[in-house]
Design a protein around this ligand. Structure first.
Ligand code: IMP
Ligand code: MG
Length: 178
């Protein structure tokens, strides 16, 4: 698996430092609020687990599963595969995402949760790929920006593989031909 990685973009230690910083910012901004952190499965999994432990507040977690990808291409059509367990009405929602690329997923989910009566909806993403945007969308909390390359690891997949890499890296082109 590791032989398929062309270069490491974010090491385990860099990820750790980024998440500490995000946790501090979120802890400061959500004092006295009714915070629900909503993770977008499956990519949010390691990020969400590490992030919530850096947020020093009472909070609840919930998950949404959406899909819009086929291999390395977005289909633009966001489908809800698993819905939230609880109502977000009147609550302060923070959506946790692995990467914002075209902005389609996050824009659709944000609209949906506001429509369901959330008091506020903000976005925290580990990675931002601003060059990929098709929809204007500005996540409130960004770990770091990445170039317009397909990345895997730390939750991010290529055809469901590589999510368990402890770092974020770029795949070798040969890995796509497997
Ligand atoms: P968007 O809707 O185009 O912003 O895409 C968001 C979703 O696409 C993310 O949640 C990822 O699952 C997936 N995605 C976008 N870029 C990448 C990438 O470089 N590697 C792996 N998944 C990606
Ligand atoms: Mg995803």
């Amino acid at each position: 698996m590791r032989n398929d990685i062309l270069k490491v973009l974010l090491s385990e230690n860099e990820i750790k430092e980024i998440i500490k910083r995000l946790g501090k910012e979120i802890t400061k901004d959500y004092q006295g609020k009714d915070l629900v952190v909503v993770g977008l499965l499956k990519g949010c999994n390691p990020f969400m687990a590490d992030l919530i432990r850096q947020i020093d507040l009472m909070l609840e977690v919930d998950y949404l599963a959406v899909s819009s990808y086929d291999g390395t291409r977005t289909t633009g059509d966001v489908k809800i595969r698993l819905d939230l367990n609880q109502s977000v009405e009147g609550r302060d929602v923070l959506i946790a995402e692995d990467i914002v690329d075209t902005g389609t997923t996050i824009t659709t989910i944000k609209r949906l949760l506001l429509h369901r009566g959330a008091k506020s909806v903000k976005i925290v993403t580990l990675l931002d790929k601003p060059a990929g945007r098709l929809m204007e969308c500005n996540p409130e909390y960004i770990g770091t920006s990445v170039p317009n390359e397909f990345v895997v690891g730390y939750g991010l997949d290529y055809n469901e593989k590589y999510r368990n890499l402890p770092y974020v890296g770029v795949l070798k082109p040969a890995a796509y031909e497997k």
